[in-house]
Design a protein around this ligand. Structure first.
Ligand code: MF3
Ligand code: CO
Length: 294
């Protein structure tokens, strides 16, 4: 069996860069992880675990990311174009010394994703897309600062939103809050994903299967992939230092989706019913998790 993490000698310097001997640093931690791996579980690679210094860098990036979403929250209104949202995100990010992670990412043309009603994700801001009374819109923002990435998104309700869509938005938020509570070291990503999914199902909704959360911090999208159709006790073991997003896309109707063939980005519900998403970026700690970006 090929182990996920190479073995070290007890007197080697620890892999974490502390300068301490391995036996005085991460040896017991690694042995605990190895026990799970030998029992058949998927475990994280060492390079996925963020050091305290890296966490500080990610937090600094997240400060900009959250400032962007706060600025959007202050300005968003009926009649505004999604292009104006993009401008706010670009200006706020650059003014604070960051770079919008979405801009030119795999050819994405704008600084933020704006996804209205039946648009599930990756909506492209445009002068031609105007927020209307009753719309629900997800604004998904990602920032690079000093090479470190943050990623979170929020829903906004425009004017007078009908009760069905309001409920979709609030249940989706509850799904993320449940996910946050389920992030605990030495439990499994599948425990978290399943709890998120069960809350959506209990409300008659379906979560998109093909697109999920992801590790985030040193790269925009890192391992692990975060699914919400996973089962308890399955998927990767969570250990302190892992950093990933929780970002379920919750559909009022079917979970089936389509991708726009013309722009290559916009994802919509196949049945045309609304979809909502909130996204947070969390760090697994010794006792649970810290929400780094929301
Ligand atoms: N921010 C999205 C996420 O949550 C990624 C958007 S990629 C883009 O992972 F290119 F569409 F911006
Ligand atoms: Co994300």
């Amino acid at each position: 069996m090929k182990l996920t993490n190479p073995k070290l000698d007890r007197n080697d310097p620890c892999w974490c860069g502390s300068g301490k001997k391995y036996k005085k640093c991460h040896m017991a931690f690694d042995e605990k992880i190895l026990g799970y791996e030998l029992a058949g579980h998927i475990v994280p690679r060492r390079d996925m675990l963020k050091s305290a210094a890296q966490v500080e860098k990610i937090k600094a990036s997240a400060k900009i990311n959250m400032a962007c979403l706060d600025a959007v929250a202050d300005a968003i209104h009926v009649g505004m174009s999604t292009e104006e949202i993009d401008q706010i995100v670009y200006d706020t990010t650059v003014r604070m010394g960051g770079v919008p992670a979405c801009l030119h990412y795999e050819g994405f043309p704008k600084s933020v994703c704006t996804s209205i009603n039946d648009v599930v994700c990756h909506g492209i801001p445009s002068d031609d897309v105007i927020l209307k009374d009753g719309d629900i819109v997800n604004v998904d923002c990602s920032t690079i600062l000093d090479g470190y990435f943050s990623d979170s998104s929020r829903m906004f309700m425009i004017g007078d939103v009908n009760p069905e869509k309001k409920k979709l938005v609030s249940v989706t938020k509850e799904c993320v809050d449940i996910g946050i509570k389920m992030v605990k070291p030495w439990t499994f990503m599948g425990d978290m994903g399943n709890a998120v999914n069960q809350h959506a199902i209990a409300n008659g909704y379906q979560i998109v299967r093909e697109i999920g959360g992801h590790g985030c911090g040193v790269e925009f999208h890192e391992d692990p992939w975060v699914s919400y159709t996973s089962k308890p006790g399955e998927e990767m073991l969570m250990v302190p230092g892992m950093c990933f997003t929780i970002e379920p896309m919750v559909n009022m109707g079917s979970c089936e989706i389509t991708e726009d063939e013309e722009d290559g980005w916009t994802v919509r519900t196949a049945d045309g019913k609304p979809s909502a998403q909130w996204e947070v970026q969390v760090l697994v700690t010794e006792t649970g998790c810290d929400v780094l970006s929301w």
